[in-house]
Structures are given as structure tokens and as C-alpha cells.
Write a protein that binds this ligand. Structure first.
Ligand code: C2O
Ligand code: CU
Length: 538
């Protein structure tokens, strides 16, 4: 600012002295004619300099720091909803209450262990044309293998990196111990090419989850580094005859169901129950429906709904990162199909999932119009007692405003998606203490689309939408889609100490500022985000 003012001042002096010179040499009229263009030029120059300085400053301040440590073992007093540039508190130099992040881990062993190896490697996928650049995959497919584990088991996953970039694995929706969260620069260094890393966590909650890289997650998830994780009930009361996991992903602007852009079919006999576990790995919502049989929305983000009621061809919108479990019973006659809608809300026949008996194929299903009201979880199913209700006593409430502006994010000019007016890593840190009941209020006051807000390490209960209580089943999520001019209140118990991210799962938004940290006190991490380590979680 000072520099700008000084320059303006200098410029003014120059023009004054020139003015005097002209006064000596000619009439008033001549002076005006001669002076005007010069003044305009100088004025313009002035503006340019000022604009340049503002531009440069804006660009520079948006730059990721060389090293930013998210630990909370120091600087405790003033962290609540404040901008923290760096707490620079490493393992070993914290207070006596220092909890090293690495100590927040699962037991080394258990009665029952499910062990997997996921190798990050490039691969040519079946639908890719010859010259097309390879996808980045786990074990050569995208989605990578669906990991099926049993509730209560210890899950051990070895990541082996055969790519030429750093990779991590984040277990989206799973309340893992902090050290297994897979966030580059917070819970680990990105696993370098040729190296490996081991994740260990207990599969506590049954349901549908997924995994993806959390190093440069916008790029790496987009290029195919993701897969699904299914935690099966320890003692299932019933078992669906068909239980299948389905990832939606867009490749070169064409949507795929798992690895297929065409028809994928499988068999089920009349009367059998079918469960489709669907995840949207893209950045924007997908609308789809099931035709041929009434269906239930059995679970959201892996958590069962109470008393789901049958829906007939109701459009279901699944936002980025969210999971929907749809269940249906095979009808006596005819096949059942899962169809996506295009951007204009018209259902498409490809990609599609076709479930039926051999003789049903190929079928001519009646394709409905997507004109029905979209599925609304705030009125679906039946109420039931829940651990957290809108009448609970909340120890702390944070309001997070979801915004949008133009400017710079990490030196790149363009759109910036903000939380409380700031872009990551300059966003506020939210401090929670173990045992607290925490309420978050997401307020989308911009017109920049929906923001599927995701909290790591915890599952929250949805309390209200636009101030209204839910009238149906309790709803437990890890990712909530907050549309333009919508407000949601959610709450959770702070029962998993660590350093956790909250961010928009439109990973383009996350990559352009929409991330923040939710942290517990006195935790130190040896890892840092930024250019020195090359850790960039978003
Ligand atoms: Cu699915 Cu922080 O991400
Ligand atoms: Cu967003």
C-alpha cells in the first residue's frame, strides 16, 4: 500500500513540473490540448502499477507456504476459528501433553485380520482408445478392487506405489485412527514412487465406503485412484442374494458404471433381494433411478435408514463422495435397470445396469421422464430414537459459510471457493475437545453450485435443513450436499482425536480453496503441507 501511494505521489510531482514548463512556453489553450493525452497516459500507468502490485500481492499471498504444520501441540490459546499460519509444532518439541499423531493408531493385531495390497499403477482401461493416456489405478483397474471386510476385523492395507507421483489412500467415511487417514502433509508424507505404506484400522461400522488418494486428490482421484470398501455386518440377520458395488466416474466426459460405458448385466431370480451400493467418485452430482421394480433407499453414506418406503422411478441425486445403497426385490416378470440422467435431466440407456434373467435380455424397458420430485432424505422413512437430536445440548457450534469469489488460489488466477471468506490453507481451524457434542452449521450463501461437504474421521447426524427438522428417519452422513442458499445443521460427538480435514468433495472446489481443518488439542505431527515436502492434500 505504501509503495503504491509513493508511486502515485511521484507521478503527480512529475506532471506538476511539466505543467509549469508548458505554462512558460504557450497559451492556456495549447497547454490543454498538449497536456490531456499525457495526463491520461500517466493516469493509466498509475493504474497499471497499482493493479500490478495488487495482482502480485494477491497472487503471492495465495501461494501455499513452503511448510505448514497442522499440529496443535503448541499455540493452543487462540486457535478457535482463527487463521493460523503455522503452529510449527513438531513431535518432540511440544508440551508435556503432546500427543504424537502416530500414537493414534489401531491395535497391531486382532483375532480376525483382512489384509490387502493395493498397487498404484498406470493402466489402459478397456474403454480407452489407443492413443489415450493411461488411467492411474489401484491394481490395474478403476475402480480398484472392492475390499470386502467383516465388521470388527482389523483391516491392513499395503499401498505400493508404482506411479511416478506421490500417492496416499484415504478411507472415506471410515472412522479410522488419525494415523491411517491418508492425508498427505497431515497424517503422512505422500508415498513416493517405488515406496510403500501400510494402513491399519478396525472396521467398526458396517456399510458402504470408498477409498481414494488424498495427495493432489483432484487430479489423482479424477485419473482413477479410487475403489470401494464394504464392511459387512458381523452377524447379518438377512443377506441380499445379490450385493454389488458400483462406482460412478466420468472419463473424457462420458459416464461409466464401474468399467463399463455400455450395458452391464447380471442375474437375479424373481423374489430375490438385490442391493446396489453406489458411490459417486465425480465432482458433481449424478441423478439416477431404478426402473422395473419399486426400490428402497436402504442406506446413506453406509448408514441404514429407518423404515425406508418403496419408491417408484423416483430420481435420486448422488453428490460427490456420497454413497447410496438401493435395495429392491426382483419382480416376477421382466428385468430391472439402473439408469443415469444427463445434464438436462433426461434418462439415458447408457451406461446402464441390467438385472434380470437370461431370457429378459435384451429388453425394452420403458424409460420414465425425470420429472418426478427428486428423492429427499429429510422426509424419507420413519422417525426413531437417536443418540443426537436437535434438542441435545451442544458444547460448541461452528458456522461455516461456503462462499465463492474471483482471485487467486495457490498463485492461479480464477475461481476461489472459500470457507468463512478464506481459501485453504488460510481457512480457520475448528477446535474440538474429546467428548464434546459439536454442531456444525453449513451456510451456502453463494450461487456457485452445491458443495458436498465432507468431514474426515467422524459421522454426523443431520439436525435441520433450512431451519426445518427432519420428519423421517434419522440420517447419518459423512458428506452433505449443501445447495445454493441452503443451510444444514449437523452434529457429532468428538470421539476420534486427531487432525482432520473438512472439505468440499467437489475436488475442483477443494483444489481451489475449499478445505479447512477440524482439530483436537495437543496433537503433534511430523508432517507438513507445502513445497518443501511436496505434500498437497487437495
Ligand atoms: Cu473423500 Cu478428504 O475425502
Ligand atoms: Cu464445493
Amino acid at each position: 500500500m505504501n509503495r503504491q501511494r509513493k508511486k502515485v505521489k511521484n507521478v503527480r510531482n512529475v506532471s506538476q513540473s511539466e505543467n509549469e514548463m508548458t505554462l512558460k512556453g504557450g497559451s492556456k489553450k495549447q497547454r490543454r490540448v498538449k497536456k490531456a493525452p499525457k495526463r491520461v497516459l500517466l493516469g493509466l500507468l498509475c493504474l497499471l502499477v497499482a493493479a500490478g502490485v495488487t495482482f502480485g500481492l494477491g497472487m503471492w499471498t495465495s501461494r501455499y507456504p513452503d511448510a505448514l504444520n497442522m499440529g496443535t501441540a503448541c499455540n493452543m490459546g487462540n486457535m478457535q476459528q482463527m487463521n493460523i499460519s503455522s503452529t510449527s509444532c513438531q513431535t518432540g518439541n511440544g508440551t508435556s501433553a503432546n500427543i504424537p499423531m502416530a500414537s493414534l493408531q489401531a491395535p497391531q493385531t486382532a483375532v480376525s485380520i483382512d489384509e490387502f495390497t493395493l498397487t498404484a499403477q498406470s493402466a489402459h482401461l478397456p474403454f480407452m482408445s489407443k492413443g489415450q493416456t493411461d488411467a492411474w489405478t489401484f491394481n490395474g483397474t478403476s475402480p480398484g478392487p472392492t475390499l470386502r471386510v467383516r465388521q470388527g476385523d482389523l483391516v491392513i492395507v499395503h499401498l505400493v506405489n508404482h506411479l511416478s507421483v506421490g500417492v496416499t489412500i484415504h478411507w472415506h467415511g471410515v472412522a479410522v485412527p488419525n494415523s491411517a487417514d491418508g492425508v498427505a502433509g497431515v497424517t503422512q508424507d505422500a508415498t513416493k514412487p517405488g515406496q510403500s505404506y501400510t494402513y491399519r484400522f478396525l472396521a467398526k461400522d458396517p456399510g458402504t465406503y470408498w477409498y481414494h488418494s488424498h495427495q493432489e486428490s483432484f487430479e489423482e482421484t479424477g485419473k482413477g485412484l479410487y475403489g470401494m470398501l464394504v464392511v459387512e455386518l458381523a452377524k447379518p440377520l438377512t443377506h441380499d442374494a445379490v450385493d454389488t458395488a458400483l462406482a460412478l466416474h466420468t472419463w473424457n466426459s462420458t459416464l461409466a458404471f464401474n468399467m463399463s460405458m455400455g450395458t452391464q448385466s447380471f442375474h437375479a431370480r424373481p423374489g430375490q433381494w438385490v442391493r446396489l451400493r453406489i458411490v459417486n467418485t465425480d465432482n458433481t452430482a449424478h441423478l439416477l433411478t431404478l426402473v422395473g421394480a419399486p426400490f428402497l433407499v436402504a442406506a446413506l453414506d453406509g448408514h441404514d435408514l429407518n423404515g425406508p418406503t418403496p419408491l417408484t422411478a423416483v430420481p435420486v441425486s448422488i453428490d460427490a463422495g456420497q454413497r447410496y445403497d438401493l435395495r429392491f426385490q426382483m419382480p416376477k416378470l421382466g428385468p430391472v435397470a439402473l439408469l443415469p440422467a444427463n445434464d438436462n435431466g433426461q434418462y439415458q440407456t447408457a451406461p446402464r445396469l441390467l438385472i434380470g434373467q437370461e431370457r429378459d435380455f435384451p429388453s425394452s424397458l420403458v424409460i420414465p421422464k425425470a420429472s418426478q420430485r427428486v428423492f429427499d432424505f429429510t422426509t424419507y422413512g420413519h422417525p426413531a430414537p437417536d443418540a443426537i437430536t436437535p434438542n441435545s445440548h451442544f458444547d460448541v457450534t461452528y458456522t461455516i459459510s461456503l462462499g465463492y469469489t474471483f482471485g487467486f488460489s495457490n498463485m492461479r488466477p480464477g475461481p476461489v471457493f472459500t470457507l468463512d471468506g478464506n481459501a485453504f490453507p488460510h481457512t480457520p481451524m475448528l477446535m474440538v475437545k474429546p467428548g464434546q457434542l459439536v454442531r456444525l452449521r453449513f451456510v451456502n450463501d453463494a450461487d456457485a453450485g452445491d458443495h458436498p461437504m465432507h468431514l474426515h474421521g467422524h459421522t454426523f447426524t443431520v439436525l435441520t435443513k433450512n431451519g426445518h427438522l427432519l420428519t423421517g428417519s434419522p440420517v447419518h452422513l459423512d458428506t452433505i450436499s449443501v445447495g445454493p442458499h441452503e443451510t444444514y445443521e449437523v452434529a457429532f460427538y468428538a470421539n476420534n482425536p486427531g487432525l482432520w480435514m473438512i472439505h468440499c468433495h467437489n475436488l475442483y472446489h477443494a483444489n481451489h480453496g475449499m478445505d479447512m481443518m477440524l482439530v483436537y488439542p495437543n496433537i503433534s505431527t511430523p508432517y507438513s503441507i507445502g513445497y518443501t515436502s511436496g505434500n498437497f492434500p487437495d
